[in-house]
Design a binder for this molecule. Sequence first.
Ligand SMILES: Nc1ncnc2c1ncn2[C@@H]1O[C@H](COP(=O)(O)OP(=O)(O)OP(=O)(O)O)[C@@H](O)[C@H]1O
Length: 631
Amino acid sequence: MSPGAEELTMLGANNNVLPLIPRSTIELEFKNITCTVNSIVMSKLQLETKQILKGVSGCFKPGLTAIMGPSGAGKTTLLNILAGYSTRGAKGEISVNGNCACASKAAGRGGARYIRQQDDLRVHLTVYEAMSLAAALKLADFRASDRKEKVYEILALLGLSATAQTLCRDLSGGQKRRLAVALELLSDPSLLFLDEPTTGLDSSASASLITLLNNLARGGRTLVATIHQPSALLFEKIDTVYCLEEGRTLYSGPRASLIPALASAGLTCPPYHNPADFLMEVASGEYSVDLIKAAQMMTQFKPEPEGNGSWERHIPTIPALPGPLDFSSTLKPSSIGITNRDYKNKKISKNIYRPSGLLRQTGILLYRNYLMTTRNYSLFLYRVAAHVVIALVFGYLYLGVGSEADSVLGNYVYLYGSMLLVVYTGKMSVTLSFPLEMDILKGEYFNRWYNLGPYIVSTLAVELPFQMISCVSYVVLSYWLTENPLEPTRATLFLATIVATSLCAQAWGYFIGSTTPTRIAVFIGPVLACLFSVFGFCLALVDTPYSFRWLHHISYFRAGFHVAVHSVYGFNRTRMHCSKEYCHYITPKTFLKEMDMENIDIGGNMALVLSTAVLMHVLTAAVLWYRLNKR
Ligand SMILES: Nc1ncnc2c1ncn2[C@@H]1O[C@H](COP(=O)(O)OP(=O)(O)OP(=O)(O)O)[C@@H](O)[C@H]1O
């Protein structure tokens, strides 16, 4: 049996797991939604305004709705607006169970969840770990045993029980998509948006996923998914079709009424033709008809009333929700993991899907980071190994330069090189990796897994020690090989300066990584490091033009470097050993004087390095908050 067929059978077997229990339902209505964006046309070097959505309206009821249409018709844009994920340039009205909102504000927040096209999974966790950690974050009021039970039930429901101990990175495409759905089902949303859930899956995996979505819809959930071109078999599982063409609504209504509606507009589907294919051909303009007129005619088409066997009649409708669009107040437990009796007996508080508090979130995220790091420890080992190798190379190239008066300039270059190394490794490791992390963060944050504060604390709690250990391994080895003074005060100050400067560069790296796309960050990071490194090393303050002196004063690199040099040659270091007849820098003070570093304010410089690090972390947090909340 093929894997896809196996998945299908498992889901089929699980059909009974989805009993139709009373739940609050969501009816999402939108009117006259427009979306206009401005973009720069590079060939003409001018700003162009483009209307992606041209006043679309519709209503999504409990059941599975497929948003269809040719590529570029505006499906993802509409989904983003309805979900509240991205509402830039959007206007119009959206109402949920009768409560209105403006489309430019997040419409789908609250109890709605959004599963994006890319698989936002933590690849180094097993399926069970991913689920249980998400459950710990989302279900604060559950007992550990109830959470575990719920996790296993959802895994069984989605046919993922057999993969519970598999790492997420080893899952097939279809399994990844189902896990993404499973993670969001933990909080049992009544409204779920999915962007192209079947893209990239083979026909059997697509079938198993759509069957699953269809089953979930039977539980009274409102599921809205953009789907490209479903097969005839899959199309049968869709309750409502919403078709777009060039930003306009072509058809909106029950799937069963599609063919009669098209026929009412003079578009007859050939016999044995897949209705979904026919709809796509019409929407792509393959039939020479006026699509605006056809859409109007289809709007006037009145479908036959649904038969008594419709599953929708079983779903109780609820009165308009209190308060503006907070779906969370409408969520009630499904049968997954909680029995109705438990609920009625008030064993579990009414607000059962309360997320964890900030402290608990921090603890869970820390544990998650610990798990991911231990699974991916090679990255850490490579990082430390790289520092050790460079320490050996530098130590060999500058062997013994620290104790000789004749090689003071050589040691000066070693000190500069060391500073440059820790600044680059501290900065670039996060500058390049953070934009990738940003994608997953966006998804998890949007779906309300955790707050930003716990995320930042737990991320830094792993990254900071990583960089500190790397720096220490470099300094200990190279400092000893270059025979720099081993007096505890000097050595400790040197080590502290190197570590602090590296952590400051890392803070800069987070800031650059969170504000700029990777392709820009790769050169902005090094350019800034180079610029700051010039001051105080090649360029003394007296030689710096007035207009650039502020850079000298704010350069954390310069501050760290000056303290590092001073820790080696300052503090009244006695005359050095000279193996030649004449050594110009036999008295270290002479060297500091010539380098304009005689009177260094150690405390002030260290304060500059540390305060820059704190400032950059605060700015990064502010930028992240803005990017995650501004839609
Ligand atoms: N920020 C933007 N700036 C300029 N054009 C945009 C922007 N976002 C979307 N578009 C354009 O709007 C149109 C609709 O995009 P959208 O992604 O919604 O289409 P789609 O129907 O989901 O397409 P596909 O099925 O290929 O994913 C496309 O032509 C796209 O290039």
